[in-house]
Design a protein around this ligand. Structure first.
Ligand code: HEC
Length: 721
């Protein structure tokens, strides 16, 4: 039996902080880029993962079942930096309001057979997603080239039985320098949101609202354009959206809330206002302005990208779409202000939003209900919107008045791991979906169950295999309550109870995962799991010429690598490990720097030793190793942000980082190159070991690692002379 220990380590290392008055159980972990969550009437959860899996989760025991896999177009590990289909994949999921009777799910996904995002209805059969049951309902034609992104994709039913779906502007945001992507030149339509979000005749950059029927859907009354209006689509409820990512509906009024991820401009300029994220509210159909207006109705100048000059500034009361790519109306409905808007800098209007990177999302609307099992907020918070931010890892509660206007906001919780979706269950508790630590390819996504605290802290538990098939739990409780430990095995789509006790013997039973659930006297729980499934990845092999036992500073080592798909993708590195130095196995930061880059959100886009949205820090260090002005350049880059050195994606200005912190981090990044040699792009090459460091001691070792995408690295260690 194979076990994934690294997942286990990750899940406990990430145990999140949580305000004391909220009690918090991690009911599922080890998810792969989970995107959206929905709750069935029986309390089970359905979750989609970016690359196509559909999961069912039973929160009481933490059981997770893969009930289906849709063929989707999605970025994958074979080609991590592809310019194609950057944010495509599984986009949204919701259960039918009659799910208990009809077992129907709606899923919005990037089709693999056509260039469109598709909304389909599926029916479960024996608990599994029945692929033959797919009823294709709506297709949104989409571009996938040239780093276009933004699909939105949130699905939600109102208590009015109408289905709401958010669609992004499907536009490359990088080529317009963080202001409005309104590039009307030939061949630049991928960077022109006037063709999508600003176009009344296109479904992208919109919130759609439809009434599903047996055979498809009908158009409810009250959408933005009455059916039959020339040059418009009747499905549109809200237009002028950039990336309306997570959406929620007020359970009483059906008012729609969504977080709108905004553009990157750090400061206002003659090209337009600073970028802002928005939390939007639609009590009725309307235009939310993008790409002509942002925040509290700040108009963008209409720029001619041939000359860089602006012709006019958009009047929010009478916006126009002048694009030759526009197939809809020229005169657009008046633009509406966001409910809450905030830039990278400290917000003047909403200081509690803080500063730094941003990704606004909208969570549930809370109403106090004394008859319900749980009230996650207090009685005085009755009628509050919960909003959160994927980058800032925080949630806020926003008190609204009888007219649904903003009264005040407070921080509700913090310390999340990229909160991706938040749904309130019928009992008033909240399920929080966390995406994982990185931008893509996470294996540590998870689901947390949030309930009001009962003054009693949850127990903790760890499990380990003591002998083949035998497991032991070490559980403890902060209040020293008596604990019960219940064991479960996931096998063949079933959650098998194995009984109670500190230890368990599988006695020849096999399955996909074993779990232990510790419950204290007050009913607080903690779940731990060991997965028996690991991905099988083919290894690289590395042969060093002459099979050296030792190598000295400045010497050359010839290598031959086999097993990679493409020799050009191979990177070989040698790293000097001094005899007294600590060796964490691979280049790493010290504890202080790790804390700092974690606190400043750098790790959302960067890793020390793997590429992500941003370059791996080790690559940065190697590129600038001989550049004496590098530290200064990188500090300036952190301050101003920018793109082009590693690709088209810009780094936003890191305004939350002080000059002193920036100096510390940059010097730690550059320090990663110390004692390193590198050879790239060949399966037969030479490593030239670095010269001896100033304070060299004798002894130590060289760690030599060969890497290629989707292959297990080859590693060896030889002595240093
Ligand atoms: C939203 C994603 C994101 C965040 C957050 C982020 N970066 Fe970056 N970073 C990038 C991208 C993308 C690039 C590549 C830019 C380019 O091609 O010039 C980059 C580049 C860099 C570089 C190399 C710059 C160069 O010109 O070669 C350094 C150093 C760096 N980032 C450090 C940091 C630090 C430190 C933090 C946290 C304070 C941070 N980054 C936060 C996305 C990000």
């Amino acid at each position: 039996m194979l076990r994934s220990l690294s997942l286990l380590l990750l899940s406990s290392a990430l145990a999140a902080t949580c305000m004391a008055e909220i009690s918090n159980t991690i009911v599922a972990s080890g998810l792969l880029d989970p995107m959206e969550i929905t709750i069935a009437p029986d309390g089970d959860l359905f979750v989609i993962e970016r690359e196509g899996r559909v999961l069912r989760v039973h929160p009481a025991t933490g059981a997770m079942f893969v009930i289906g896999q849709l063929p989707v177009t999605a970025l994958n590990e074979k080609n991590r930096s592809s310019k194609w289909a950057r944010e495509d994949g599984m986009l949204g999921i919701t259960v039918d309001p009659q799910f208990a009777k009809n077992q129907r799910l709606y899923i919005y996904y990037s089709a693999a057979d056509i260039m469109a995002n598709r909304l389909s209805r599926f029916t479960l059969k024996d608990g599994m997603l029945d692929m033959a049951s797919e009823k294709k309902m709506l297709e949104v034609p989409t571009d996938r080239r040239d780093r276009v992104c933004h699909h939105g994709g949130s699905l939600s039913f109102g208590t009015d039985g109408l289905l709401y779906m958010s669609c992004g502007d499907n536009t490359n945001p990088f080529e317009s320098g963080g202001v409005a992507p309104i590039d009307d030149r030939d061949g630049h339509d991928h960077a022109n949101a006037m063709r999508s979000a600003g176009n009344t005749n296109d479904l992208r950059g919109k919130i759609l609202r439809i009434k599903p029927t047996e055979d498809g859907y009908t158009i409810p009354a009250g959408n933005l354009f009455p059916p039959g209006t020339a040059k418009t689509r009747p499905e549109i409820f809200a237009m002028g959206c950039r990336n309306p990512f997570r959406m929620s509906l007020d359970p009483k009024t059906h008012t729609v809330y969504w977080g709108e991820v905004g553009p990157d401009a750090g400061k206002p300029s003659e090209k337009g206002p600073a970028g802002h994220d928005e939390v939007n509210q639609a009590k009725s159909a309307g235009n939310y302005g993008w790409p002509f207006v942002i925040a509290n109705n700040k108009g963008y100048p209409i720029i001619d990208f041939n000359t860089g000059k602006s012709t006019s500034v958009t009047d929010p009361a009478a916006p126009k779409n002048p694009s030759k790519m526009n197939t809809g109306l020229t005169d657009l409905p008046p633009a509406r202000s966001a409910l809450i808007w905030y830039p990278y800098d400290n917000s003047q209007e909403y200081p509690l939003m803080g500063s730094g990177s941003r990704n606004a999302m909208a969570g549930p609307v809370f109403y106090y209900d004394a008859k319900r099992k749980y009230n996650i907020l207090a009685q005085e918070d009755d009628h509050s919107l919960i909003t959160y931010d994927w980058m800032r890892n925080k949630a806020w509660k926003v008190k609204l008045n009888d007219k649904e206007e903003f009264v005040k906001m407070e921080v509700f919780m913090e310390g999340f791991q990229h909160p991706m979706d938040m749904e309130m269950a019928a009992d008033g508790s909240i399920y929080l979906l966390e995406y994982g630590s990185d931008w893509y390819f996470n294996k540590n996504g998870r689901i947390r169950h949030l309930r009001p605290g009962n003054g009693n802290a949850a127990p903790t538990i760890a499990i380990k295999e003591t002998a083949a098939g035998q497991y032991e739990a070490a559980a403890s409780d902060p209040e020293s309550d008596a604990l019960t430990i219940q064991w479960y095995l996931t096998a063949n789509q079933k959650d098998v109870s194995l009984g109670e006790g500190k230890t368990i013997d599988l006695k020849g039973k096999t399955g996909e995962e074993i779990r232990a659930v510790a419950t204290d006297a007050k009913g607080n729980r903690c779940i731990e799991r060991i997965s028996f499934q690991t991905q099988v990845v083919a290894p690289l092999t590395m042969v060093l010429e002459g099979k050296p036992q030792q190598a000295g500073f400045g010497e050359k080592i010839n290598f031959a690598i086999t097993g990679a798909d493409d020799p050009k993708s191979i990177v070989v590195r040698a790293r000097y490990i001094p005899p007294t130095g600590h060796d964490a196995g691979g280049a790493s930061f010290n504890e202080d720097i790790t804390k700092l880059v974690t606190a400043r959100q750098c790790l959302a886009c960067h890793q020390v030793d793997a590429s992500s949205v941003g370059p791996r820090y080790l690559d940065v260090a190697m590129r600038y190793r001989d550049d004496t002005s590098a530290a200064e350049k990188l500090r300036a880059k952190l301050k101003a942000g920018g793109s082009g050195n590693w690709g088209a994606i810009p780094m936003p200005a890191q305004v939350a980082v002080s000059d002193e912190e920036s100096a510390k981090i940059v010097s730690a990044i550059l320090g990663l190159a110390e004692g390193m040699a590198e050879a790239r792009g060949t399966d037969k090459g030479t490593l030239t070991l670095p010269p001896a460091p100033a304070k060299s001691e004798s002894g130590g070792a060289w760690e030599i690692i060969a890497e290629a995408p989707l292959r297990t690295s080859a590693k060896t260690r030889i002595g240093a002379k």
